[in-house]
Structures are given as C-alpha cells and as structure tokens.
Ligand binder design. Sequence first.
Ligand SMILES: CC(C)(COP(=O)(O)OP(=O)(O)OC[C@H]1O[C@@H](n2cnc3c(N)ncnc32)[C@H](O)[C@@H]1OP(=O)(O)O)[C@@H](O)C(=O)NCCC(=O)NCCS
Length: 194
Amino acid sequence: MKGMKTIQTKSGLLAVLRDYSTADRESVVELFRKAFSGPPYFENNPSEVIRDLFRTYEMEPDLFFHVVTPIQNGEGETVIGLSIAYRLDLSKFRCLEVPFEEMGISINSHNIAYGAELAVEPGERWRNQGIATIMMAERIRLVREAGFDYLIGRTRFDSFTNPIYARFGFIRIEGLADPDFPERRYFVKDLNSA
Ligand SMILES: CC(C)(COP(=O)(O)OP(=O)(O)OC[C@H]1O[C@@H](n2cnc3c(N)ncnc32)[C@H](O)[C@@H]1OP(=O)(O)O)[C@@H](O)C(=O)NCCC(=O)NCCS
C-alpha cells in the first residue's frame, strides 16, 4: 500500500488506513493485548511476549502490515486496527499439502499468503463498525496485486472473523485441524477468481 486512505466507520467516524511503521510498535502491542484479552480468546499475554511476536512479523520478507489510526483531536497515532499478512513459508506448513491436494491445489506451485492477524480496538466506538472488513478488503487487494494465488486465514469457530471470511468468499479447508487447538478453523480464498 502506498500512502494512506481515509476511511469512515458505520457511525461516521473518520480514520486513516496506512502502512505500519516501527514507530507504531508499542501502540500495536497494546491493541493486540487488549483485543485478545476479551471474548472469545481471553488470552493474557504479557506485553514483552507480544512485542517479540511483532518483531518477528517485522522480519517477514513479504509483509503486508496495515494499521488504522483515528482522525480525532487528542487521539494522535493510537492504533485502533491492525492487519498482518505475509508469504507463507511452505516448508513450515507441510500439513496443508493433503487438504489442498483434496481441493485440487498443489501448494508448491503457487504463491500462498497467510493472514496472520486481524484486530480492532474493543468497545462500541470501533468494533462492529466495518473496520476489519475494510482492512480485509485492502489485504486481499494487495496480496492479489503482489501476485499471490491464495490467501489463507485461520480463526476460532466463534470469532467475528467468520462472517468476514464468508463475505469475501473464503472457503473452509476441510480436513485441516490442529489437535492442540480444536477450536481453530482454516479458510482459503482463491485470488484468481472474483
Ligand atoms: C474480529 C474483529 C477483528 C472484527 O472487527 P470489526 O471491525 O468489529 O469487524 P466488522 O465491523 O468488519 O464486522 C464484521 C462482521 O462481524 C460481525 N460482528 C462484528 N462485531 C459484532 C458484534 N459485536 N455483534 C454482532 N456481530 C458482530 C458482523 O456480522 C459484521 O458484519 P456486518 O457488518 O455485516 O454486520 C474484532 O472483533 C476483533 O478484534 N476481535 C478480537 C480479535 C480477533 O478475534 N481477531 C481475529 C483473529 S483471526
């Protein structure tokens, strides 16, 4: 993404969608901590752990990392939305081979991106206002433009990401499950079709 876009929430608040910069790191860590400390995750990750996670993301060679910041007096550059996708390292995802083969896709001959994180500031002001939907539309546009064939996503069965995946035509990857996290669902979108 080059530059920034002004976006509007359903209730009419204005915000900016732009590329992440390392200057956003602390704000992003705090957003992530808050977003996943509530339902349905109830995680209690210390900030240091989240900071390390984001430092790892920053090192991804093909990274699509966007943030949303409000256009309001006094809120400055506080990040209220984040979206991360990157090129999937297929050597670490051999578990995809069989389910993809069953869908008629050879994972080795395609560029596959992975949507790693999507989060919006908890609370009525920013949640359920269409921000994650806007970020997902931008993610899809950018990975498609970058030449990726498929975009994979993962979420819990009870997450509000499910309606977003449905809206954008993701399909569930049947037969892919993590025994340690049975509540997780995997989805894929074919970027070469509408
Ligand atoms: C998932 C998440 C990013 C969605 O962000 P959001 O900006 O609120 O999402 P949107 O406003 O684009 O809503 C998408 C859809 O989810 C549903 N939804 C979202 N919030 C909802 C709520 N509070 N109540 C009912 N439905 C809701 C709606 O179906 C909505 O579609 P609609 O606009 O057609 O009604 C946000 O809830 C979040 O950060 N959750 C915690 C972290 C998380 O679960 N991340 C995803 C992990 S993969």
